[in-house]
Design a protein around this ligand. Structure first.
Ligand code: ZN
Length: 666
């Protein structure tokens, strides 16, 4: 994007850049638009963005300043020497604070709310005071250093969250800089990145081993893109190179073998997806073909064999690596919160950490930018609407760590994490700040820029005002009630009269869509899972209309998924539906419900906690037999019928907390 570029030393000021600033990345087909370029104006994402600005963000900001609950801000104050005390809270507390900060910066980009700017400046000043002279920031270590209690071992903890914290600082600083034009946080981030560069120059492979949720791969490359210091690209390359070079690597950390040998998704799903997103960023800068080949192979493994219908990732709470090299049970590798074997997709015990699902968005977003292929935008959309939004309550202030596809009160064991959303998840509140920043940033995903024009990625009423790659301005008003219906209108408010293309995404789930320009049909043979290119000389007042029928689809899984064999899931457009047990007779388990092909679904306006959406009303069959704790009995073919309303999966657990299922017997 050719926006104003002011060179300040080696720092390039480019305020019009997006979350990922790939304007100068040599190996990417698409580029992001600026953070402030899209304003939601109405409908689904406007409602979610308003909830973000009015509830979620203020709630999280206050929570992370409330030291009786989170200690995150207080840790910085102690590290800065302003207050006496010990580090408290999880070791990834700093990183989670930076994620909320990033969300605040992203919101500021479109709202220009001065209060946010002031709050961010106060936090930056404090973080700066905590920073060590060599650039290092990580409050668990800084606090112990300050009080002289830091043990030798602490510095060698390469599987702690130190780099995760630093990575989120870098990303937050880049977003803050792009949103505000201020360099105060970016200067701190430069110190951190320089520190990491020097550290990895000297570190042994053992000490350099770094694998826990590696947000710093994305962070370091974003710093490279912002500051243009070639050292940072060298650092990012080294970070990928050193993976898998030590004898103690694991599949859980994706470092048992070098990344360039990895063809399948393995191990902890947050770590995995952050790694893949970071490698995609690296590819965009270096064009190393091997990296893209690995990413494409891993993507196929995830999307065709290991991902839930909701876009969620990480089937297993705990397991053993399917890829480990030994049959010796004493050396077999444990994995946790991880991808399982192909087609191993349990529902009630699905881990599906919200952060892994967000990682799936980050990764697919980068793949879309690199390739321009709509299949990646489909996964971004699927995951956002389903397994990211399920991570937050409809009221905007409670969060899920796990996102199971089935909740049964009859399971005779407790899972480690409950299925109820919480305001603060004591041990693992990582997901809440992650959802907070993600929901602040979805507008940046709505469009991309290509060599020949504009790509429309996501649908939702908004106003776009951006600069194309040819330097010309374009303004578009998008109007739609998506995802509840598939009528989308793009009105062109400003455009140059050169010939250019507008690429309209035809979702992979769609069929029978039509596209017209100024009421004249352009195509009624739209190919799902592609961008349809409309190339012409445009003028102000032109309008594009996309009509996608929103039929209810009964989905089945590959029969190799044992857990869902002979079951169906209900989907309409990008929204996966679920059934909750609140209307079922008391003795009936959600798992004794079945559904027929012949059943009709009526769309019904439904409201939960003042949030309106389309429910799907239909008849289900159910059995009200009890099992009395036995394992097998002769099958009964009797059933009764009941009218129920399916609700979007992201709405589950907001009223009753009884039972829920996405998959039903068929
Ligand atoms: Zn998380």
């Amino acid at each position: 994007m050719l926006v104003f570029l002011l060179t300040l030393g080696n720092l390039v000021t480019a305020q019009n850049m997006g979350l990922v600033d790939n304007a100068n990345s040599p190996y990417t087909k698409l580029q992001t638009i600026g953070l402030a370029d899209v304003q939601w104006t109405d409908g689904f994402w406007k409602e979610q963005f308003d909830l973000e600005t009015q509830v979620t963000l203020p709630y999280m900001w206050q929570l992370y300043h409330n030291d009786s609950i989170t200690h995150a801000y207080l840790n910085f104050e102690i590290a800065a020497g302003l207050v006496k005390g010990k580090h408290e809270g999880p070791s990834f507390h700093d990183g989670d604070f930076y994620k909320i900060f990033e969300g605040m910066a992203a919101v500021y980009a479109t709202t220009k709310d001065k209060k946010l700017l002031k709050e961010m400046d106060e936090a930056i000043e404090l973080i700066g005071k905590a920073q060590r002279i060599d650039g290092y920031i990580n409050t668990p270590v800084l606090i112990e250093e300050r009080w002289g209690t830091l043990g030798e071992e602490e510095l060698k903890k390469q599987l702690g969250f130190e780099k995760y914290n630093m990575g989120h600082l870098m990303t937050a600083a880049c977003v803050h800089y792009r949103a505000t034009g201020q360099t105060n946080f970016l200067e701190i981030a430069k110190g951190v990145t320089n520190y990491l560069y020097d550290f990895y120059k000297q570190a042994s492979p053992e000490l350099a081993r770094n694998a826990i949720c590696p947000s710093h791969y994305m962070g370091v490359i974003e710093m490279y893109r912002t500051v243009k210091d070639p050292k940072y690209l060298e650092l990012a390359n080294n970070l990928i190179d050193i993976r898998g070079t030590t004898a103690d690597g694991t599949d859980d950390n994706q470092d048992r073998i070098p990344f360039r040998q990895q063809k399948t998704a393995m191990g902890h799903a947050v770590r995995a997806n952050y790694l893949y997103a970071g490698v995609a960023d690296l590819y965009a800068e270096t064009g190393e073909h091997q990296l893209l080949e690995n990413l494409e192979s891993i993507w196929e493994d995830v999307v065709y064999r290991k991902m839930y219908i909701t876009g969620a990732c990480g089937a297993l709470y705990d397991g053993v690596s399917p890829d480990g090299t030994s049959y010796d049970p004493t050396v077999v590798q444990k994995i946790h919160q991880a991808y399982g074997r192909p087609y191993q997709l349990p529902n009630a015990t699905a881990h599906n950490e919200t952060c892994a699902n967000i990682g799936n968005v980050l990764w697919n977003w980068r793949m879309l930018q690199i390739t321009g292929e709509a299949k990646y935008a489909d996964i971004v959309e699927l995951t956002l609407y389903n397994s990211v939004l399920s991570g937050i309550s409809l009221d905007g202030d409670e969060f899920c760590y796990n996102n199971p596809l089935n909740v049964s009160k009859h399971l005779p064991f407790d899972q480690r994490w409950g299925s109820k959303r919480e305001g603060y998840i004591t041990l693992s509140n990582c997901c809440a700040p992650n959802v907070t920043r993600t929901l602040a940033e979805i507008n940046n995903y709505a469009y991309s820029l290509g060599k020949n024009g504009l790509y429309v990625n996501l649908y939702g009423s908004n106003h776009l005002s951006t600069t194309l790659q040819n330097g010309k301005r374009i303004e578009i008003t998008q109007s739609t009630n998506y995802p509840w219906d598939g009528n989308i209108t793009l009105n062109i408010d400003k455009i140059s009269n050169d010939e250019m293309s507008i690429y309209v995404r035809i979702p992979s789930w769609s069929s029978g869509g039509t596209l017209s320009v100024n009421k004249t049909t352009v195509s009624d043979q739209l190919l799902p899972g592609t961008y349809f290119e409309i190339k012409r000389k445009w003028k102000k007042g032109d309008s594009i209309e996309l009509n996608i029928p929103m039929e209810v689809a009964l989905m089945e899984s590959n029969p190799l998924v044992e857990e869902t064999r002979n079951q169906i899931a209900v989907k309409r457009g990008p929204i996966v539906y679920c059934l909750e047990s609140d209307k079922l007779p008391e003795n009936t388990s959600i798992n004794q419900v079945s559904i027929d092909k012949a059943l009709n679904f009526e769309t019904v306006k439904t409201t939960i906690n003042s949030r309106e959406f389309l429910g799907l009303e239909t008849l289900i069959n159910f059995k009200d037999t009890t099992w009395n704790g036995i394992l097998y009995k002769p099958k009964s073919f009797e059933s009764k019928q009941l009218k129920v309303v399916f609700v979007p999966y992201y709405c589950w657990g907001n009223r009753s907390l009884d039972e829920m299922t996405v998959w039903l017997n068929y």
